[in-house]
Design a protein around this ligand. Structure first.
Ligand SMILES: Nc1ncnc2c1ncn2[C@@H]1O[C@H](COP(=O)(O)OP(=O)(O)OP(=O)(O)O)[C@@H](O)[C@H]1O
Ligand code: SF4
Ligand SMILES: [Mg+2]
Length: 342
């Protein structure tokens, strides 16, 4: 089952979110060895030059192995982390230069749903307090908050009569519904969902994904949907971005990516999905050797070089980082062999 693309007729042509050259480096400090060798502080290059557009009402899926920088990218786009470099535009407005006060107002438009529905809810607060907190921060009068929270509970499929309960009185799926209600309380246009179903039983996952789909249609939301599960990503996404060691290596409409993955990393990821290929043949499994290089001192050239299995790979790959180039309309790939630049 697949979501119907939401970037429908009538949507403004300018993307809702425009990210350019985004970098997020975390300082590691320096050890005595660094000081002895005269090296300065070292940095984790968690996000290292990302360009991305997210359109109104679409779901952009973000996939990649653990530690490649998915959560950091999402949090930096929301300015929960101060970017090291780059530009983030939301509805045409540059976010990186906004003051904390201006950013607080912008947060109305941009919300986040977290992976762990238990850890992300304060166990000592009632549902009314949890879901109502963003409203309180935005200055909604207390008298209106209870009514609004009851409406939100109904919207996410919970009984408004449970408004005074605490998180431990709900199941995992219900707690994630509370997290969704909290994210939607301030009527955002853009929601980051970071692994929102990976902590849930498979039977509950489908219900939550369907709820997110219904809410998207009803409220005109755009999602950045992060998951390491390709079945989930293919189910929810209009387009998919594949991330490897801090960079986007391939970006395409969901169907195109699954039917015709071009980057060798994407090919390996998709070969692991147990299904028959588009022309009826069973896909051959591509097993990658080794693990990704460390993001502390990432390679200068192609970051996938050490694991690339293409026979075309050569010194250019090792020395020159490939740009994310459009190879067919809407399909971008960062690989010299695919782009014909070897
Ligand atoms: N606050 C931080 N300080 C230092 N390093 C960090 C910090 N947050 C993340 N990192 C590092 O940045 C890199 C990217 O981490 P991130 O959590 O964004 O990856 P991810 O793709 O979301 O992984 P996962 O799938 O496991 O959630 C990792 O090497 C991680 O150790
Ligand atoms: S640029 Fe070279 S090393 Fe990198 S994925 Fe393409 S062929 Fe492989
Ligand atoms: Mg993460």
């Amino acid at each position: 089952m697949r979501w119907t693309p939401m970037a429908a007729a009538g949507a403004p042509p300018e993307p809702l979110v425009q990210v350019r050259g985004l970098k997020q480096y975390f300082p590691l400090g320096s050890t005595w060895v660094d000081r002895l060798l005269g090296r300065g502080s070292r940095w984790v290059h968690a996000v290292d030059g990302v360009d991305l557009d997210i359109h109104h009402r679409e779901t952009l899926g973000l996939v990649g192995e653990s530690g490649c920088g998915k959560s950091t990218l999402a949090r930096t786009i929301l300015r929960l982390y101060e970017p090291t470099a780059g530009s983030i535009k939301f509805a045409g407005r540059e976010l990186t230069t906004l003051s904390q006060m201006e950013m607080r107002q912008m947060r109305r438009e941009m919300q986040m749903i977290f992976q762990d529905p238990f850890a992300s809810l304060n166990p000592r607060r009632t549902v009314e307090q949890i879901v109502g907190l963003p409203l309180l921060i935005q200055g909604v009068p207390r008298a209106d908050i209870r009514r609004r929270v009851a409406e939100l509970l109904e919207k996410v499929g919970l009984s408004p009569s449970h408004i005074d309960r605490y998180p431990h009185q709900f199941s995992g799926g219900q707690r994630q519904r509370i997290g969704i209600a909290r994210a939607l309380a301030v009527n955002p246009r853009f929601v980051v969902a970071d692994e929102p179903v990976s902590a849930l039983d498979v039977s509950i996952q489908a219900q939550i994904l369907r709820l997110l789909q219904d809410l998207q249609a009803e409220m005109g939301l755009a999602y950045l949907f992060i998951s390491h599960d390709l079945a989930v990503i293919s189910y929810v996404s209009d387009r998919i971005a594949v991330m490897y060691l801090g960079r986007i290596v391939e970006l395409a409409p969901a169907e195109t990516l699954f039917a015709e993955p071009l980057h060798p990393y994407t090919r390996a990821l998709i070969s692991a999905v147990p299904r028959v290929g588009s022309r009826g043949q069973v896909r051959e499994r591509i097993l990658l050797s080794g693990s990704p290089p460390t993001p502390i001192d990432p390679p200068k050239g192609c970051r996938f070089y050490s694991r690339c299995f293409l026979k075309e790979k050569n010194e250019t790959c090792r020395l020159v980082a490939p740009d994310l180039k459009e190879v067919t309309p809407g399909h971008r790939v960062a690989c010299h062999a695919v782009a014909g630049t070897l």
